[in-house]
Design a binder for this molecule. Sequence first.
Ligand code: PLP
Length: 415
Amino acid sequence: MTSTAHEAAALDAADPLARFRDEFELPDGIYLVGNSLGALPRAARTNVTVEFDRWSTLGVEGHFTGDLAWESYHELLTDQLASLVGARRHEVVGMNSLTVNLHLLMVSFYRPTPTRHKMLIEGHAFPSDHFAAESQIRQRGFDPATSLVVLNPRPGEVTLNVDDIINVIAEHGDELALVLLPGVQYYTGQVLPMQRITAAGHAVGAQVGFDLAHAVGNVELDLHGWDVDFAAWCTYKYLNSGPGGVGAAYVHERHVADPALPKLHGWWGTNKSTRFEMRTEFDAIPTVESWQLSNAPILSMAALRASLDIITAAGGMRALRAKSLQQMQFFDRRLEESLGDRVVSLTPTAVEERGCQSALQITAGNGREVYEQLIAARVLCDWREPDVIRVAPVPLYNSFSDIDRFVDILDEVVT
Ligand SMILES: *Cc1c(COP(=O)(O)O)cnc(C)c1O
């Protein structure tokens, strides 16, 4: 064993969360791509099988029978989701998928007028977010050329300058209707100061929402405390719900029962006690649940519950983040010692500006080829155009030894 392998083994032995790795089924090799698709929790099989059994034996009566009744199944997720994002119970609901939820929330929170019609996004927004924003602007009869404000990093820089974000918000001032930014940028891994951005948006009278795809389950969040208006996220990344897993949404309590907000309605958003009377007057549930359209995807939620239970048992985000900070430190040090300037990380180094993902650029050699050699060596990571290898040691199931072995392999494949 190398000395760093010994060190990693000792860190693993001292890690109070190490045992949670056994709660997951990990592919062969080193799995460092939980930022894209989280690993399978063993208990997801059990939870999903329970629902198959209930379906088999109860049929349609499963909707109304027992503690797992499908009619209210989504409520079983709420407390844990709320705790992950720092929200109150009536502010969070699991539903739909991320892009769908962004659209539904923009219907309510992007309300352009002839004088206040602009929406701020980042230039390197995930394409789905960019498409959603543009199409919302067009849908309201405005033109992205004049209504979409796109903020880029400074020339020669890759991460967003936070002062630039605050300044661009002030600059567009009372023309700005909505700020829609990521909590954690998917490419660089940069964490944005959500509280500061929210305050800056509110100061000019704009609504402020966040896409938390890469933030939830990765960094600590306090949406209610930060006064964020709305947020949406997916659960198949750091929340391990499986491919295409159910999304979720948050709306601040001051908005949840506001009858003046425009909203797209479906039967799952109406009063639960009269829903099955099949009335056609919409009687909004006085919580974020009024944004629900359809009955819930139970199998996906059953899988998600397995993961949420593991996160809870591990002590929640505070405990996971504490381990993650230690892992990032070890990761950075190992990378620096072994590869020096053959690799550059685009991810900010300050702890409050990053989560568990690092975006690596290979300076010695061809990045795409290095990525392919990593995959051939069974290091599961991902490639993002134009030139970044993303790796994410996830504290819930990645060990310090995973990090140590990854750096050794990278050292071998980078010439
Ligand atoms: C993963 C991700 C998506 C994916 O959207 P889906 O609607 O879940 O397919 C969208 N936006 C961001 C920022 C993401 O990271």
